[in-house]
Design a protein. Sequence first.
Lengths: 295, 374
Amino acid sequence: MSQQTNPLGKQQEYYRKRYLRNLPTAFCTGCGNGSILGSFVRAVDALIVEKKLRKRDILCVSGIGCSAWIPSPYFKGDTLHTTHGRAIAFATGAKIMNPKLNVVVFTGDGDGAAIGGNHLIHAARRNIPMTVFLVNNMIYGMTGGQSAPTTPLHVRSTTYQRHPEPPFDLCRLALGAGASYVARWTTFHVDDIIASMKEALLHPGFAFVEIISQCPTYAARFFNEYKDALTPKEQEQFQRSPGAWMLKALKGKRTGKELDHPRYELTLKDRTIELGVFIREERITLTETLQALWK
Amino acid sequence: MRPGVYFVDGGIACAEGALYAGCRFFAGYPITPATSIVEWMAERLPQEQGYYVQMEDEIASMAAIIGASWAGGKAMTATSGPGFSLMQENLGYAYLTETPLVVVDAQRSGPSTGQATMPGQQDVMQARYGTHGDIAPIAFAPWSVQEMFDFTVHAFNYSEQFRTPVLVMADGEVSYMREPLQIPKQGALPITNRRSLTSKHPRTGEIFLRYEMPKFGDGHDLLVTGSAHRPTGVRDYSPRYHRATIHWLFEKQKEAGKALHQEGLDVESRHLDHAEAVIVSFGAAARPSYQAVLAARKTGESIGFVRLKTLWPFPEEQLARLFKDLKRIFVVEMNMGMMVREIERVGCEAQVIGIPKVGGEIHRSSEILQQIRG
């Protein structure tokens, strides 16, 4: 499709020119990362237009994995692409040294919840002002479909015939660890993601946004489990667009209210994920308490 | 602290050296025998409008100082054996991304938890080869409280000058030992400050970095990555780019070696005129070694003393020159024999004999004398 006939062409061109580096995409066809990057630049652009944010103050930090490639190298701004799982720890140093920076961490479920889980809970406890976008695709995508801490029980991965562990509910983890802003969306809910990103970027404290994303290359295999139960039409949909089908099958539900225990069921029978903003609170932050020591 | 003479331990001297050099960010995790550095930094940094952060582990400490360095501050961490092992991966990241920072390892007797409170010199090869991949480190080895101060200042200067992590390989002995410390006036010791970004690529106008260090928040759109990359930061796995990067790291180390030699920071030698044998040592082990040399010379033995102030880059040429006409070289170190292998490589025709000691005790000068006379 040429630029002229694409109704979104002009809009895409606007964001691409201002916020993206001119590089070929590394993401698979149907991957959720593109939607997340698109949502991010829209949120950032809106805040810049509203004069609530300067582009030069944004620092994107990421670790290792597919999610890490969302800001680095694509976002045209300061980016720090770090070691596996340690993005939040790198970001902590940068934020404390220069509190003016608006620090944004992009991490994945393997990066942020397995190898980097410890840094996540401590950053939440410290309430250091930064935003963490945790892209949960329920699998290790970059290395080829191995089980992650978020992989649903009993599905098939490249390391287990039947994944033997229950999945991690990361919003409850963040809530328990003391994050002062917690939200969850799926890549299907782009408008909500953009609204949440805007809120999180301005939130004075530790903001955690979990974005359930589809991995049409590897995680789509989970749904082979249900294939027999599908109608021929659904099977055709699955074949055509496994990513879109995955999001539908997950049954994300908006709650519209603050919750201590948002539902997160990923069993074969019940696949209900409650979505929404679960907490927004203003609390004293680490940058404030550290500077208070100067007196 | 104000300029003057103080009676303090090596840890405090190290921390004061860091502050003298302009360090304003310290991330750490408590571990013996590096605690006095950590505690002193925690108390002093807020007084200097700096930040001390106690992280959740040493991995995070190393990560945080890299982040702080890219955010524009002079940053440091201090640890000991187990913590130094945990830092290795992110230390490799700092080498590849050419991040100026200082890491102090107050070595203790290992492996594993080992003798947690007792000194050792068993991490000297970890300093050289600890992280995966090819790196070219700079590592100092202080032997006194005064050198804990001085070498920390030098470490910051070299890290800024060459845009690289610099290690101070102290040990439990020099870290806890108390001696007089002379704190010089501001300006008495030269301080190298960060070179801000000036150079752009001649053709494309993109940022092109050698020794200049940009920082976040200046609108440079920095791409910093631990993956193989072009000079502009764009990830590129092609052999020629990565080869050039690694060669560049080694080139920098070579240049640093030359600068260290010019400043007299590579090797110290005493009583080498007409000596037939020499004791080579470094760090705390050099103290009884020097005592042994003095005792031996009193009884008429022609023995000299060489001390490595810098372990890496290994001062090969300098040592080869000093060792030229010697018959025997004794290498005293608190490990099973690590630097002795390096000495063997430059030992010319002399016979190289290691005097290792493990178990968390430093050598007695009588033990060393016995060995060289044996």
